[in-house]
Design a protein around this ligand. Structure first.
Ligand code: A5P
Length: 232
């Protein structure tokens, strides 16, 4: 029997949205799971919940408008009460993440860092024993001299690939940058790698989200499990 991944994502999304309380400022993630959460939040707003959201992408902004979720910006709110988002990989134990296969990693990381609580929603296929086992690490780079940046990534054995859009042109992020998807393989020391990547000129941000997660809501065929982050 095939697993209903969409149904699992919906369950995780609804569980995350149940944590949102009246008056909260909420970071709205990007990707298919976050889209379901924005829709669920819209339903709660229609029933009287008062919240404002900070979207992590133009796509999420449009979805929030459609769902009737009022929006705000960092000009009004520098600290968010809670942010919800999906992930491409979640490392068991540490709850470190790889994010950005949807291309919104820079804004997602800014929102995650500004949130008192970051709730990640996944189905169980995203859980891994070590980051890098399934997904590449997306690295957002400025377009100027991206080939030189790529060369420096190659020197780190990243096997970088310029991300293309559906028309085979370079994929442009909401920030007007490119993404190089870097396949390092399993990452025993992602903290060290983050430092190395951040030192490369032209690198804007990476999809390694380390020590940011508060909790992960995992939906599987056996039900919902909430993994709380280890105390830091
Ligand atoms: C967007 O840039 C990503 O970080 C998404 O949060 C991630 O790709 C998960 O997406 P899905 O919810 O579509 O699996």
């Amino acid at each position: 029997m095939t697993i209903d991944r969409e149904g699992l994502k919906r369950q995780a999304a609804e569980r995350a949205v149940a944590e949102i309380e009246d008056g909260m400022v909420v970071g709205l993630g990007s990707g298919s799971t976050s889209a379901l959460a924005v829709a669920a939040l819209g339903e709660r707003v229609k029933s009287g919940l008062r919240v404002v959201g900070v979207p992590t992408s133009a796509k999420t902004e449009a979805l929030a408008h459609r769902a009737g979720v009022p929006l705000t910006t960092f000009a009004e709110h520098r600290v968010l009460d809670l942010a919800f988002d999906g992930a491409d990989e979640v490392e068991r134990g540490t709850l470190n993440l790889i994010k950005g296969l949807g291309g919104a990693l820079v804004r997602e990381k800014i929102v995650a860092a500004a949130a008192k609580r970051l709730i990640i929603m996944v189905d169980d296929s995203k859980l891994v024993d070590q980051l890098g086992m399934r997904a590449p690490v997306p690295v957002e780079v400025v377009t100027f001299g991206w080939q030189a940046t790529e060369e420096q990534l190659r020197a780190l054995d990243a096997a970088p690939r310029l991300r293309l859009d559906e028309r085979e042109r370079p994929f442009l992020t909401d920030n007007g940058n490119y993404i190089l998807d870097c396949s390092f393989g399993p990452l025993p020391d992602p903290s060290h790698l983050t430092v190395e990547l951040d030192l490369i000129p032209g690198v804007v941000e990476t999809g390694l989200f380390l020590g940011m997660t508060s909790a992960v809501i995992v939906a599987s065929e056996t039900g919902i499990e909430v993994l709380e982050a280890p105390s830091r």
